[in-house]
Design a protein around this ligand. Structure first.
Ligand code: IPE
Ligand code: IPE
Ligand code: MG
Length: 225
């Protein structure tokens, strides 16, 4: 049976969830943050799951209204500070991916602190994609290795990426069927589940159901059975 060692999630639908409830979009982000905690904790207790990569803020999300972006930055800082105990208690290592240089010094410091304080944890890795875009990640990686003498190999490029791990299972909530610049290299052979549930309505049971279906898939990786 397949093992979902690396799960990646495009957590979409916070804004629509809030609008449907007559709330402000930012309240959707707050509700979404609670689900992040629940799903991360569940994954940390699941035996086969080693890595959970969550799309929290894309390189394109800066296009949103200034107030929404500012709210997301504050929410991220608050989340990381509040959840340090959850990370430690559940032996979860926190790892950011993306270009962090665009964030305020204070947020960069918080991200670094949480990373350092969880560096000893050897259970689940929660990788948060922050100012992350796969095209940007690939360009940064190529620039790191472009002067090598013998030409760039697949392994070299892979190792130069922020996220060096291929994805087994990719989930996108919120009803849209696109990747929105997420982990384009790493999802080469991922099983992809697009589901209509809006992220704040996503539950541990929703993930359990997907995992059950994922386990039954025949993964061939270009070979035959
Ligand atoms: C995903 O929810 C969260 C972020 C992109 C930060 P959205 O905010 O995109 O919610 P919708 O897609 O507008 O409903
Ligand atoms: C993808 O959602 C980014 C995150 C979940 C952080 P978006 O809402 O930004 O994606 P598009 O714009 O609908 O493609
Ligand atoms: Mg969206």
């Amino acid at each position: 049976m397949n093992k979902a060692r690396h799960i990646a999630i495009i957590m979409d639908g916070n804004g629509r969830w809030a609008e449907l409830k007559g709330k402000k979009r930012v309240q959707g982000h707050e509700a979404g943050a609670k689900i992040v905690k629940e799903i991360t904790t569940f994954c940390s207790n699941a035996k086969d799951i080693e890595r959970l990569t969550l799309y929290a803020f894309s390189t394109e999300n800066w296009k949103r209204p200034r107030l929404e972006v500012e709210f997301l930055m504050k929410l991220l800082e608050k989340y990381l500070k509040n959840e340090l105990n959850t990370y430690i208690r559940n032996n979860i290592r926190f790892e950011p991916i993306g270009d962090l240089r665009a964030f305020s010094k204070s947020l960069q410091k918080t991200i670094q602190t949480i990373q350092e304080k969880t560096a000893h944890c050897d259970g689940l890795v929660q990788a948060l994609a922050l100012n992350y875009g796969a095209q940007d990640e690939i360009i940064r990686a190529v620039n790191k290795i472009k002067d090598c003498d013998d030409g760039i190999t697949e392994v070299m490029l892979s190792n130069a990426l922020d996220s060096k791990h291929s994805v087994d299972l990719l989930i996108r909530t919120g009803g849209d069927h696109r990747l929105s610049n997420f982990l384009l290299w790493q999802v080469a052979y991922a099983e992809i589940f697009f589901i209509d549930t809006l992220w704040p309505d996503f539950k541990v049971e929703s993930l359990e159901k997907i995992l059950k279906d994922f386990k039954k898939i025949e993964r061939r990786f270009g070979g035959i059975k």
